[in-house]
Ligand binder design. Structure first.
Ligand code: FAD
Length: 262
């Protein structure tokens, strides 16, 4: 299988860097083909601007969506964007690996998403009409591929528990797992999390490697998070609200998971 690892940490000798090396080695030993996009090492340009459409006329109004649509449809994207899209199409699985910074991904990784997820590639795909709102949330260019996050946090596991002060980790990662990964069609596996990183010593590092190694061995077997598919009948269209008879009276991020009420 082909695995794309998108890695965002500025220091190769970090814990995240050591785990990246482990991931590559483990997948390699299992016979998978691995490509790594090391965003800091690549000097990844993180901001969307008019240079992302090679046909953009100087001085013309820049429309991030429409310029993206034109550039993607006409082969007028910069090479760095096109190369990352090619890697995504090549991959059977995507792993995103990063430290949690301000309850989200580092800006350089968000900038990878902003630029690589072009109009016509990751969004604006499929029929858009009164009866259908495109191929997304379970359908799209990434359908049939798997995705998983590997995230380190300074905070403790309890800080991210259902009643923890930081908010439940499932909620914090929802915009990434549901909004960025499930949206273009990935099957999203539960994340692998390392909490309280300041307390990682050699013994704990070896435990983490063992656990993570098992997750990698199970990459093709693990049951994905059962996010509800947009076009499978659970949502009223075009409002795209969950049908009232499903988890009646309830709201919140968790209602978008099938059988969330047990
Ligand atoms: P490192 O700092 O590199 O290492 C952590 C520990 O692992 C160290 O003790 C080190 O000795 C040990 N270690 C490293 N490599 C090895 C190895 N090869 N073998 C054995 N041990 C090793 N945390 C939150 O919880 N929520 C936030 O919102 C948040 N926001 C942040 C925002 C910013 C801008 C920054 C800088 C930090 C933030 N943090 C936050 C903390 C951050 O998540 C952690 O610092 C980060 O996840 C640690 O990962 P690292 O790879 O940088 O670890």
């Amino acid at each position: 299988m082909n695995v794309l690892l998108v890695y965002a940490h500025p220091e190769q000798r970090s814990l995240t860097g050591a785990l990246r090396d482990f991931v590559v080695q483990r997948l390699d030993e299992a016979g998978h083909h691995v490509r790594v996009s090391d965003l800091y090492a690549m000097g990844w340009k993180a901001t969307v601007d008019a240079d992302d459409n090679l046909d953009h006329e100087p001085g013309a109004r820049f429309d991030p969506s429409q310029d993206s649509k034109w550039a993607f449809a006409n082969g007028r994207q910069p090479a760095d964007i096109a190369q990352e899209q090619e890697k995504l199409l090549w991959a059977d699985a995507l792993i995103m690996q990063f430290p949690l910074w301000w309850f989200s991904m580092p800006a350089i990784l968000k900038g990878w998403v902003d630029r690589v997820y072009a109009y016509g590639f990751a969004y604006g795909v499929g029929e858009h009409s009164d009866v259908r709102w495109g191929n997304r949330y379970g359908e799209g260019a990434m359908a049939g591929k798997r995705a998983m996050l590997i995230v380190t946090t300074g905070g403790w596991a309890s800080h991210y528990s259902p009643r923890g002060i930081n908010g439940p980790i499932d909620d914090l990662l929802f915009p990434i797992q549901h909004g960025i990964l499930f949206y273009p069609g990935f099957d999203v596996l539960p994340p692998y999390l390392v909490h309280r990183t300041s307390r990682v010593d050699q013994a704990r590092f070896e435990m983490i490697r063992d656990e993570l190694g098992q997750r990698l061995d199970d990459l093709w077997r693990t049951t994905p998070i059962a996010y509800r598919r947009q076009n499978a009948g659970d949502y009223d269209i075009p409002a795209l609200t969950l049908r009232p008879e499903l988890v009646p009276g309830q709201a919140g991020l968790w209602v978008h998971v099938v059988d969330c009420d047990g």
